[in-house]
Design a protein around this ligand. Sequence first.
Ligand SMILES: Nc1ncnc2c1ncn2[C@@H]1O[C@H](COP(=O)(O)OP(=O)(O)OP(=O)(O)O)[C@@H](O)[C@H]1O
Ligand SMILES: *[C@@H]1O[C@H](CO)[C@@H](O)[C@H](O)[C@H]1NC(C)=O
Ligand SMILES: *[C@@H]1O[C@H](CO)[C@@H](O)[C@H](O)[C@H]1NC(C)=O
Ligand SMILES: *[C@@H]1O[C@H](CO)[C@@H](O)[C@H](O)[C@H]1NC(C)=O
Ligand SMILES: [Mg+2]
Length: 684
Amino acid sequence: MAMMHMFFLLILFLSAGVILPLPPVVAAADADGEQFVYTGFTGSNLVLDGAATITATGLVELTNATTHQKGHAFHPAPLRLRGSPDGTGTVRSFSVAFVCGIVSSYTDFSTHGLALVIAPGVRSLSAGLTDQYFGVTNAQNDGSAANHLFAVELDTVQNIEFRDINNNHVGVDINGLTSVVSHEAGYYDDRNGGGFQNVSLISRAAMQFWVDYDRVTTQIDVTMAPLWMARPSKPLLSTTQNLSTVLAVEPSYIGFSSSTGPVNTRHYVLGWSLGIDGPAPAIDAAKLPKLPQLGPKPRSRVLEITLPIASAVVVLAVGIALVLLVRRRLRYTEVREDWEMEFGPHRFAYKDLFQATKGFKDKHLLGAGGFGMVYKGVLPASGVEIAVKKVSHGSKQGVKEFVAEIVSIGRIKHRNLVQLLGYCRRKDELILVYDYMPNGSLDKYLYGHGDGDGMTLDWAQRLHVIKGVACGLHYLHERWEKVVIHRDVKTSNVLLDKEMNGRLGDFGLAKLYEHGTNPQTTRVVGTTGYLAPELVRTGKATPLTDAFAFGTFMLEVACGRRPIKQDKQGNQILLADWVLDHLHRESLIEAADPRLQHEYNSDEVCLILKIGLLCSHPSPSARPMMQQVLQYLDGELPLPEMTRTTLSFNLLALKERKELQSMSSPFSSTAMTVGTISDLSGGR
Ligand SMILES: Nc1ncnc2c1ncn2[C@@H]1O[C@H](COP(=O)(O)OP(=O)(O)OP(=O)(O)O)[C@@H](O)[C@H]1O
Ligand SMILES: *[C@@H]1O[C@H](CO)[C@@H](O)[C@H](O)[C@H]1NC(C)=O
Ligand SMILES: *[C@@H]1O[C@H](CO)[C@@H](O)[C@H](O)[C@H]1NC(C)=O
Ligand SMILES: *[C@@H]1O[C@H](CO)[C@@H](O)[C@H](O)[C@H]1NC(C)=O
Ligand SMILES: [Mg+2]
């Protein structure tokens, strides 16, 4: 028995006290640059960019758990892809293997993903945006043949814009993020007759990928497996794409690109190898650095074995009870401060919200916006259906004022506003609770769900929604005890209740993000395409900047078109300009949404389009107040004459137009609310 104890003690010492040296870095590249293998990245000279770093343990960390980040890591030497042995200059065969891991701060949600990229160098990705663009492309260049880009994406968010199949897929991308072929992440298991086994990309476990290209057949195979598993014989997906026409400029570089969105996520690469005209060298899994573990480390088992069984059981029981208790505590901890006492009745317990949404499960996710995610829930006590919006905010700055304001706004009750029921606070999170709107947001009806179902609204319904929203906005501006500026009027913030009334949601929310850390800068918060030119210039929101957004909204509902669209030459066309053009050519009615199939009252459609144009006038003094808009809508007030001179947008405000374009250009027209920073101190 004594011997036994000695033995275990020895093991204990060995495992605790002896720090094993790090595995040596193998970044061997042969003279031709035709092969390399990295087993961990300590001391390697990868070209890093954005948030990418190499950690002390030798992992490439592409994003570092801050939101809306991107990071790139590239092999420093160019790929010699073109000197094929037959002298035709076609792209040679190559094979890549890599091991990576995605560690999100949530277990069931992550943004956005990671991609293996072959491109004309890390510089060519510098215009790549965060979020759904993976740090690879942006709204302007996505899909352009001039990108000379090949990528394999591991995507954890379903993006309708890129026709993503789900929120856990692997895809092959040529020049843009709409995959030419994609498949649910997983592998065909050789051990059970080749049956498909799905794998969650965000399980926080290391996964290995193989990408193979064949020069002769131009076949691309992508295979994946958990790290502990041998390479499956059947690839996850295959396609033929002649990369000779894609990677047409020399030199090409290979690397990784990754981005985060509203969720804090870390993207890691553990090991990587490449072979040209031959297989990629095998990566030694045992020598790879480990992914960081979130949460407490598992307890050492050695002790449990050495202790008498009885006491082990006791310790275990106490341990489990403790862990459960602590977890319960942690799970429901919230932040509550003295100044919140007065908001008592509006304060929800985190526990109730957690239970209402079944633990903020993916299944209950209604959607994600620029500020965070929205979940559906049912309050356990009353059975009331709610929508719960989780907003992450980095600092505490301004939160007190914001909560005070949002609670005061929450007292507003109006038929055309989404009622705020209350709020809750946790460490870096503000949670807002709203009435649940069973018919969802208006944008889904105008632009479909991306699956081609033809459900849309008829003209009478659209007119009813426009009138409702106008009433709601008028109430906020002119009827309530204070002037409330919405700041983010747009189709996704208009929700439809049981009776298909339009209701404005998210009012005042943008304000939380307006506190810049530097007093010299002001953050303009709103959504591209809805920002009035003077708002971009001065950063000051007024009822007339809301009126501008409302004008864009009206045009959008009548035309069924997004506020900014790209034409074939890649120029951005503002919806207002497009409608104005129709007005000048006296073909205004042709701007109506074709999905209405001519079933409308033309006078009504023209009225809406004209009011929309008036409201989107670049000069604030030319825009009507909401009171007037209501009178125009009801026919109580005739519209002012709309001639070329009163509406000469382009002459009047060419400069402002340009500014608006340059402010908005980096963002996609379908983008969520974004903050843009304008420097007020610098002379213009
Ligand atoms: N009260 C609600 N009832 C039902 N669904 C809702 C409610 N609030 C939001 N949603 C759904 O959740 C989705 C996400 O909302 P969210 O406000 O986060 O994003 P967004 O409106 O697209 O962008 P933004 O962050 O700029 O407001 C919406 O598109 C809508 O479908
Ligand atoms: C993450 O990276 C950004 C950009 O490099 C940096 O500003 C920030 O401080 C980093 N955050 C952490 C937590 O390391
Ligand atoms: C595999 O897919 C099923 C059904 O879609 C899902 O319930 C399960 O959670 C998935 N498993 C993993 C590991 O993602
Ligand atoms: C691929 O494209 C290159 C250049 O356009 C061409 O020379 C080659 O024959 C093509 N290969 C196949 C298999 O089509
Ligand atoms: Mg919203």
